[in-house]
Design a protein around this ligand. Sequence first.
Ligand code: 13P
Length: 272
Amino acid sequence: MRVSLPAKTATKPKAIIGVSLKMYFGYQRSVDYCRDVAGIAFAHPAIQSGDIELFVLPTLPVLPEAARILGTAGAAAGAQDIFWEDEGSFTGEVGGKTVAELGGRYAEVGHAERRRIFGEDDTVIGLKTAAAYRNGLTPVLCVGELHAGSPEEAVAQCTAEIDAALNRAQSLGPAGRTIVAYEPQWAIGAPAPATPEYISAVITGLDAHLRTLPGQADSRVIYGGSAGPGLITRLDSAVAGLFLGRFAHDPKALKTILDETTAWLAAAEATV
Ligand SMILES: O=C(CO)COP(=O)(O)O
């Protein structure tokens, strides 16, 4: 059966919803998940109008299939990590060039688990951010403080991480649009996210900082760390969306979040 997709508008997305499946699902479960998400995306007015940008980052071997399935529904797929070189003698690594060839549109860099378990530092994360830009991938640049403190301390720590990555990347080539994922490390894998007040305060600071950086006019900040249904409607409009983990494993929960995001956008527009 041939299906015709509703025409996408050329407008900028007003919100961004991303999901990382980390290494939770094997191949078949990841494919089934992407099929369920594609069904939801295809029927969702805010995805089809382009108001919400939706992406899923599956375990890497699933990427070509995920990109195909999600791509037909107005969503997209990407990688949870890339190497900083595009090709060469780097056993076991996968470069951004290959990710792009496989249909990936995003490359997550600097997730807290990569920093903690694999020892990635700001230099490595800057190199990987450059590799994403170079290969036409949107970097999902993860930043976040280790321990809960004040929003001011979190903003200082995260702006330093953003600057380190972007300065390094820009010294190597032209930058592009960046999705900054603010993920307080203490809220990842936790029972509940940071409070809406805390998230809004930190992201307001990070967004203001991003506005001062050259070439980042289309870049936005989203929140991750035990995010799920019921959160987005309680956040400030400086927040551009959510980066979801466990609480989007049920596709129905993701649909709820997309519906909530639509309502949140409408409420924000009504107050302008
Ligand atoms: O790290 C995250 C997304 O990258 C968040 O994961 P959880 O929502 O499962 O805590």
